[in-house]
Design a binder for this molecule. Structure first.
Ligand code: GRF
Length: 220
Protein backbone atom coordinates (compact mmCIF):
# COMPACT_ATOMS: atom_id res chain seq x y z
CA UNK A 1 0.00 0.00 0.00
CA UNK A 2 1.33 3.47 -0.90
CA UNK A 3 2.47 5.49 2.05
CA UNK A 4 0.16 8.35 2.93
CA UNK A 5 1.52 11.84 2.33
CA UNK A 6 1.43 13.75 5.59
CA UNK A 7 1.76 17.46 6.30
CA UNK A 8 2.63 18.52 9.84
CA UNK A 9 1.42 21.97 10.94
CA UNK A 10 3.53 23.63 13.63
CA UNK A 11 3.98 26.99 15.31
CA UNK A 12 6.92 26.32 17.62
CA UNK A 13 9.72 24.00 18.66
CA UNK A 14 8.27 20.96 16.92
CA UNK A 15 9.26 18.14 19.26
CA UNK A 16 6.17 16.14 18.30
CA UNK A 17 6.95 16.91 14.66
CA UNK A 18 10.42 15.47 15.21
CA UNK A 19 8.95 12.31 16.75
CA UNK A 20 6.74 11.87 13.67
CA UNK A 21 9.65 12.51 11.28
CA UNK A 22 11.78 9.94 13.12
CA UNK A 23 9.02 7.33 13.04
CA UNK A 24 8.39 7.94 9.35
CA UNK A 25 12.09 7.45 8.56
CA UNK A 26 11.31 3.73 8.80
CA UNK A 27 10.28 2.65 5.28
CA UNK A 28 7.68 0.33 6.83
CA UNK A 29 5.90 3.25 8.51
CA UNK A 30 2.62 3.76 6.61
CA UNK A 31 3.12 7.52 6.17
CA UNK A 32 5.80 9.79 4.81
CA UNK A 33 6.23 13.36 5.99
CA UNK A 34 5.88 15.33 2.77
CA UNK A 35 5.66 18.85 4.21
CA UNK A 36 6.11 20.81 7.43
CA UNK A 37 4.08 24.00 7.35
CA UNK A 38 4.38 26.77 9.94
CA UNK A 39 2.43 29.97 10.47
CA UNK A 40 5.55 31.48 12.04
CA UNK A 41 8.87 31.98 10.26
CA UNK A 42 10.69 31.71 13.62
CA UNK A 43 9.29 28.30 14.55
CA UNK A 44 12.22 26.23 15.81
CA UNK A 45 10.80 23.12 14.20
CA UNK A 46 11.38 24.46 10.68
CA UNK A 47 15.16 24.10 10.95
CA UNK A 48 14.83 20.63 12.43
CA UNK A 49 12.57 19.55 9.57
CA UNK A 50 14.93 20.99 6.97
CA UNK A 51 17.86 19.15 8.61
CA UNK A 52 15.89 15.94 8.18
CA UNK A 53 15.47 16.75 4.47
CA UNK A 54 11.74 17.53 4.72
CA UNK A 55 10.17 20.26 2.59
CA UNK A 56 9.09 23.24 4.67
CA UNK A 57 6.79 26.18 4.08
CA UNK A 58 5.80 29.28 6.01
CA UNK A 59 2.40 30.85 5.60
CA UNK A 60 2.34 33.79 7.99
CA UNK A 61 -1.17 34.34 9.32
CA UNK A 62 -0.36 38.03 9.82
CA UNK A 63 -0.34 38.48 6.06
CA UNK A 64 -4.08 37.74 5.81
CA UNK A 65 -7.02 39.89 6.81
CA UNK A 66 -9.20 37.00 8.01
CA UNK A 67 -8.90 33.49 9.38
CA UNK A 68 -10.81 32.23 6.35
CA UNK A 69 -8.24 33.68 3.93
CA UNK A 70 -5.33 32.28 5.91
CA UNK A 71 -6.96 28.85 6.08
CA UNK A 72 -7.73 28.97 2.35
CA UNK A 73 -4.05 29.65 1.62
CA UNK A 74 -3.02 26.69 3.77
CA UNK A 75 -5.64 24.49 2.16
CA UNK A 76 -4.44 25.43 -1.30
CA UNK A 77 -0.85 24.59 -0.41
CA UNK A 78 -1.78 21.26 1.16
CA UNK A 79 -3.80 20.25 -1.88
CA UNK A 80 -1.05 21.39 -4.26
CA UNK A 81 1.29 19.01 -2.44
CA UNK A 82 -1.19 16.12 -2.71
CA UNK A 83 -1.39 15.77 1.05
CA UNK A 84 -3.51 12.89 2.34
CA UNK A 85 -3.35 13.53 6.08
CA UNK A 86 -2.68 16.57 8.25
CA UNK A 87 -1.09 16.35 11.70
CA UNK A 88 -1.40 19.35 13.99
CA UNK A 89 1.60 19.44 16.30
CA UNK A 90 1.64 22.54 18.45
CA UNK A 91 -0.13 24.58 15.78
CA UNK A 92 -1.38 27.59 17.69
CA UNK A 93 -4.10 28.96 15.41
CA UNK A 94 -7.80 28.32 15.65
CA UNK A 95 -9.04 26.78 12.41
CA UNK A 96 -12.21 27.77 10.60
CA UNK A 97 -15.10 25.32 10.30
CA UNK A 98 -14.62 25.26 6.53
CA UNK A 99 -10.98 24.20 6.77
CA UNK A 100 -11.75 21.58 9.40
CA UNK A 101 -14.60 20.15 7.34
CA UNK A 102 -12.40 20.03 4.26
CA UNK A 103 -10.02 17.71 6.13
CA UNK A 104 -12.66 15.81 8.08
CA UNK A 105 -11.30 12.48 9.32
CA UNK A 106 -8.01 13.30 7.60
CA UNK A 107 -6.66 15.72 10.21
CA UNK A 108 -5.46 14.73 13.68
CA UNK A 109 -4.14 16.66 16.68
CA UNK A 110 -2.20 15.98 19.85
CA UNK A 111 -3.24 17.65 23.08
CA UNK A 112 -1.40 17.40 26.41
CA UNK A 113 -4.32 16.27 28.58
CA UNK A 114 -6.72 13.39 28.88
CA UNK A 115 -9.49 14.98 26.83
CA UNK A 116 -12.28 15.92 27.30
CA UNK A 117 -10.62 17.23 30.47
CA UNK A 118 -8.65 20.45 30.12
CA UNK A 119 -9.03 21.54 26.51
CA UNK A 120 -7.24 24.77 25.63
CA UNK A 121 -4.12 26.24 27.19
CA UNK A 122 -2.33 25.73 30.54
CA UNK A 123 -3.46 22.13 30.82
CA UNK A 124 -0.78 21.08 33.30
CA UNK A 125 -1.41 24.01 35.65
CA UNK A 126 -5.11 23.20 35.58
CA UNK A 127 -4.60 19.47 36.19
CA UNK A 128 -2.39 20.25 39.20
CA UNK A 129 -4.82 22.84 40.55
CA UNK A 130 -7.62 20.28 40.29
CA UNK A 131 -5.58 17.80 42.35
CA UNK A 132 -5.56 15.22 39.57
CA UNK A 133 -3.43 12.11 40.18
CA UNK A 134 -3.28 11.26 36.48
CA UNK A 135 -2.37 13.47 33.56
CA UNK A 136 -1.73 12.41 30.00
CA UNK A 137 -2.14 13.18 26.36
CA UNK A 138 -4.66 12.53 23.63
CA UNK A 139 -4.51 12.15 19.86
CA UNK A 140 -7.84 12.82 18.21
CA UNK A 141 -9.48 13.50 14.87
CA UNK A 142 -10.06 17.25 14.58
CA UNK A 143 -13.50 18.80 14.76
CA UNK A 144 -14.47 22.47 14.62
CA UNK A 145 -14.63 22.92 18.38
CA UNK A 146 -11.10 23.32 19.78
CA UNK A 147 -9.50 20.14 21.17
CA UNK A 148 -12.52 18.00 20.40
CA UNK A 149 -13.19 15.09 18.09
CA UNK A 150 -13.12 11.29 18.10
CA UNK A 151 -10.25 10.06 20.29
CA UNK A 152 -7.72 7.77 18.62
CA UNK A 153 -5.43 7.12 21.56
CA UNK A 154 -4.52 8.33 25.00
CA UNK A 155 -1.57 7.79 27.29
CA UNK A 156 -1.90 8.29 31.03
CA UNK A 157 0.95 9.74 33.08
CA UNK A 158 0.85 9.58 36.91
CA UNK A 159 1.13 12.92 38.71
CA UNK A 160 3.63 13.13 41.58
CA UNK A 161 2.62 15.16 44.62
CA UNK A 162 5.59 17.45 44.12
CA UNK A 163 5.08 17.93 40.38
CA UNK A 164 5.19 21.43 38.96
CA UNK A 165 3.69 22.35 35.58
CA UNK A 166 7.23 22.15 34.23
CA UNK A 167 8.12 18.69 35.57
CA UNK A 168 4.72 17.32 34.61
CA UNK A 169 4.83 18.77 31.10
CA UNK A 170 8.21 17.12 30.50
CA UNK A 171 6.90 13.66 31.41
CA UNK A 172 3.72 14.13 29.41
CA UNK A 173 5.79 15.28 26.43
CA UNK A 174 7.76 12.03 26.52
CA UNK A 175 4.45 10.18 26.34
CA UNK A 176 3.29 12.43 23.50
CA UNK A 177 6.33 11.47 21.45
CA UNK A 178 5.45 7.80 21.79
CA UNK A 179 1.71 8.14 21.35
CA UNK A 180 1.57 10.40 18.29
CA UNK A 181 3.53 8.15 15.89
CA UNK A 182 1.45 5.15 16.93
CA UNK A 183 -1.79 7.01 16.40
CA UNK A 184 -0.65 8.32 13.02
CA UNK A 185 0.35 4.81 11.98
CA UNK A 186 -3.12 3.53 12.83
CA UNK A 187 -4.83 6.29 10.84
CA UNK A 188 -2.43 6.17 7.87
CA UNK A 189 -2.80 2.41 7.54
CA UNK A 190 -6.59 2.69 7.59
CA UNK A 191 -6.83 0.65 10.79
CA UNK A 192 -8.33 3.56 12.73
CA UNK A 193 -11.40 5.24 11.27
CA UNK A 194 -14.44 7.10 12.57
CA UNK A 195 -17.88 5.57 12.93
CA UNK A 196 -20.74 7.49 14.54
CA UNK A 197 -18.21 10.02 15.81
CA UNK A 198 -16.30 7.38 17.77
CA UNK A 199 -13.08 5.59 16.95
CA UNK A 200 -13.45 2.37 14.99
CA UNK A 201 -10.43 0.10 15.28
CA UNK A 202 -10.47 -2.53 12.57
CA UNK A 203 -10.17 -6.13 13.52
CA UNK A 204 -6.65 -6.65 12.34
CA UNK A 205 -5.06 -4.10 14.65
CA UNK A 206 -2.38 -6.01 16.57
CA UNK A 207 -3.58 -6.51 20.13
CA UNK A 208 -0.43 -5.04 21.67
CA UNK A 209 -0.68 -1.87 19.60
CA UNK A 210 -4.31 -1.31 20.55
CA UNK A 211 -3.47 -1.97 24.19
CA UNK A 212 -0.47 0.33 24.26
CA UNK A 213 -2.60 3.28 23.31
CA UNK A 214 -4.43 3.19 26.62
CA UNK A 215 -3.18 3.17 30.17
CA UNK A 216 -0.03 4.08 32.06
CA UNK A 217 2.35 2.57 29.53
CA UNK A 218 4.11 5.87 28.93
CA UNK A 219 5.45 7.16 32.18
CA UNK A 220 8.63 8.47 30.59
C1 GRF B 1 2.59 19.80 22.83
O1 GRF B 1 2.46 19.72 24.23
C2 GRF B 1 1.30 19.43 22.17
O2 GRF B 1 0.59 18.45 22.84
C3 GRF B 1 0.54 20.73 22.18
O3 GRF B 1 1.51 21.71 21.95
C4 GRF B 1 2.79 21.24 22.37
C5 GRF B 1 3.68 21.33 21.18
O4 GRF B 1 5.00 20.99 21.51
N1 GRF B 1 -0.53 20.70 21.22
P1 GRF B 1 6.03 20.66 20.35
O5 GRF B 1 6.08 21.88 19.43
O6 GRF B 1 5.55 19.45 19.64
O7 GRF B 1 7.34 20.44 21.05
Amino acid sequence: MARKRVAILISGRGSNMTALIEAAADPDFPAEIALVLSNRADAGGLARAAEAGIATAVIDHKGFSSRAEFDAAMDKRLRAENIDLVCLAGFMRLLTDGFVEGWRDRMINIHPSLLPLFPGLHTHERALEAGMRLAGCTVHFVRAQMDSGPIIGQAAVPIALDDTPDTLSKRVLTAEHQLYPMALALVASGLATVENERLKLHADVPADLGGMLVGPAFTG
